[in-house]
Design a protein around this ligand. Structure first.
Ligand SMILES: C[S@@+](CC[C@H](N)C(=O)[O-])C[C@H]1O[C@@H](n2cnc3c(N)ncnc32)[C@H](O)[C@@H]1O
Length: 283
């Protein structure tokens, strides 16, 4: 039903609802505000395996993994351990569900794949699961990354996260990722440039002043609107070597060009047509 709501009504609903005094877990349970799908067993295993496959790392035994933006689950901690690795999970808030049944389901799925997850029981809580998984879950975004030692991480990945990092922090965040990555490490991002109002480009209608205002940023539909070319040039300027391994494009722009704010309208149309892309970054 929520899919049929027009983009502008979604903005209004989210602005109002995000100001009601409910806990995130309530919105999560009714699906109005959610941070992705990592609480789904199949999705979390698939995402993890896809980043491993794309990064072309043969084995992650005894390696260090960092996931940026794990969203509603600490699944990556459990999956990394099952492969023999330790991990950091960094988000901008404490969004992981405390539903231990989900983590037991994940453990069982990993065992059925002949992997070695930690021994999670229904008496455990999130902190104990993290401890058993040799993992740290840090929830202060940029400040959290600063706590990780330089040249210490073998694989960093993110799934639908880079577009959510505040525009004003984007370079600083990626500069930190450069710092913590080992010399022979690799970063794998899947970046979704569609708006979070129905999967179009309605986010580009707005001026930076309004879109970057606290009022909009705190309403649950923020994306930084850094386009494909611009993101790549930021990665390049930070000295990353990059490899684009997949680009999905719209055949036609999903919005009439004249409706796009003039700052964003000036971009090349082929650049605006990029919906989702996968990129590897190395030092
Ligand atoms: C669309 S959700 C994706 C969640 C998960 N990766 C998935 O695929 O289900 C975006 C995530 O990025 C996180 N995020 C946004 N800004 C961040 C930051 N500065 N540092 C770390 N995570 C951030 C959000 O809190 C959220 O968990």
């Amino acid at each position: 039903m929520i899919k049929k709501i027009p983009w502008w009504l979604k903005i209004i609903i989210k602005i109002i609802f995000s100001r009601l005094p409910m806990k995130y877990s309530f919105w999560q349970s009714i699906g109005l505000f959610r941070h992705g799908k990592m609480d789904n067993t199949d999705y979390s295993i698939r995402v993890f395996k896809e980043h491993l496959y794309k990064s072309n790392i043969k084995s992650i035994k005894n390696k260090v993994i960092l996931e940026i933006g794990p969203g509603d689950s600490i699944a990556t901690a459990i999956i990394s351990y099952a492969y023999g690795a330790s991990s950091f999970l960094i988000d901008s808030g404490y969004f992981a569900k405390a539903n231990i049944i989900d983590y037991i389901r994940l453990k069982n799925a990993l065992i059925s794949e002949e992997l070695n997850p930690p021994n999670i029981s229904n008496k455990d809580d999130i902190d104990l699961i993290l401890k058993k998984s040799n993992s740290e879950y840090l929830t202060e975004g940029l400040s959290s990354i600063k706590k990780i030692p330089s040249n210490s991480v073998d694989l960093i990945f993110s799934q639908a996260v880079m577009e959510h990092i505040r525009k004003k922090n984007f370079e600083a965040m990626n500069s930190e990722l450069y710092r913590v990555l080992k010399k022979d490490g690799v970063i794998s991002h899947q970046i979704d440039l569609r708006d979070h109002l129905g999967g179009g480009l309605n986010n580009l209608r707005f001026s930076d002043n309004l879109w970057e205002s606290k009022f909009f940023v705190k309403s649950g539909f923020y994306t930084n609107r850094i386009g494909f070319d611009k993101m790549i040039s930021i990665f390049e300027n930070l000295s990353f070597k990059y490899e684009i391994i997949n680009v999905q494009k719209w055949k036609l722009l999903p919005i009439k060009k004249y409706k796009i704010n003039k700052k964003y309208r000036a971009q090349d149309e082929e650049n605006l047509k990029v919906k989702v892309f996968d990129i590897l970054l190395r030092k």
